[in-house]
Ligand binder design. Structure first.
Ligand SMILES: Cc1ncc(C[n+]2csc(CCOP(=O)(O)OP(=O)(O)O)c2C)c(N)n1
Ligand code: SF4
Ligand SMILES: [Mg+2]
Length: 279
């Protein structure tokens, strides 16, 4: 079999994102990472919520499902439990993942479902034309906040670190090579990985210039096994570090736990269960 190329994973539907949208770079990095890992297309499923970023599965030639707003993690969890051999990628935006869907992250984390969750964080609701999102900085002026937002932004990495997600990283759409490398590692991680991609919305909140200034690689020598150090680095909001903040590979995945339970549970049938309920 010949080695796959990134383009082999490209779908027939052309991305409808605005020219310059950071999500184009994320798509390129995902296709390159899948090719690098030589994953067969029929063994990949990509699930999403709703938003510009959530249109992602349509642009790939893999299995995919464009789900409902905020429910990408339950959807992806179900796919992984039902089809353990499949590599499952969950994608979506900051609104989808941290606002309406925020309540699902701690549960995916404590289950350690073997998923790669890529959040394209543009700090705005792109699809609905530019309302502030949970990661919009204080004071952002938008159509829905003409006097500036009056809320403090959420820090997604600190949140993930406190939920004890087992793989946590941050990338920037302006750095595709580095992003590809992180996706490769996240896809290989046995457990739940959450990657925050700073992915600017050029139409409603263009942050390329800002991120070019404030992003830099994690300090050399950072030990991803050191959660406290990861917390300290994530607390730095002046400098937005890029790279793998935290990684713990010594935990069972949800599928492994299920297999163990299945081995313990007696063989039974639905008929037998209904019979026992009659008694
Ligand atoms: C239950 C529900 N509530 C609200 C909406 C409207 N809606 C669609 S996309 C979206 C936000 C999208 O923002 P984000 O997830 O950050 O994605 P982006 O478009 O920025 O990539 C909202 C509020 C919806 N589709 N469904
Ligand atoms: S509106 Fe923003 S997030 Fe949506 S496609 Fe355009 S640039 Fe991307
Ligand atoms: Mg958004």
């Amino acid at each position: 079999m010949t080695k796959p190329k990134a383009n082999d994973y490209r779908g027939d539907v052309k991305p409808i994102w605005c020219p310059g949208c950071g999500d184009h770079a994320v798509l390129t990095a995902v296709m390159r990472a899948l090719a690098q890992l030589e994953l067969p297309r029929e063994k990949i499923a990509v699930a999403s919520g709703i938003g510009c970023s959530s249109r992602f599965p349509a642009f790939l030639k893999t299995y995919g499902i464009h789900g409902i707003h905020g429910r990408v993690l339950p959807l992806a969890t179900g796919i992984k439990l039902g089809s353990p051999e499949t590599t499952v990628i969950a994608v979506g935006g900051d609104g989808d993942g941290f606002s309406i869907g925020g309540g699902h992250i701690p549960h995916a984390a404590r289950r350690n479902v073997d998923l790669t969750y890529i959040v394209m964080d543009n700090s705005i609701y792109g699809m609905t034309k530019g309302q502030p999102s949970p990661t919009s900085p204080e004071g952002v002026v938008s159509r829905a906040s003409p006097y500036g937002t009056q809320e403090r932004p959420l820090n997604p990495l600190l949140m993930a670190l406190s939920y004890d997600v087992s793989f946590i990283a941050r990338c920037f759409s302006g750095k595709v090579r580095e992003m590809t490398e992180i996706f490769v590692q996240a896809l290989q991680h046995p457990g739940f990985s959450l990657i925050q991609v700073l992915s600017p919305c050029v139409t409603f909140y263009n942050t390329y210039g800002h991120y070019n200034e404030v992003t830099q690689p994690l300090p050399e020598g950072h030990d991803p096994g050191d959660r406290l150090s990861a917390i300290q680095l994530a607390m730095n909001t002046e400098t937005q570090y890029l790279g793998i903040f935290y990684r713990d590979e010594d935990r069972p995945t949800y599928n492994q736990r299920f297999e163990a339970v299945q081995a313990l549970a007696p063989e039974t049938t639905l008929d037998a269960i209904f019979e026992s309920l009659k008694r």
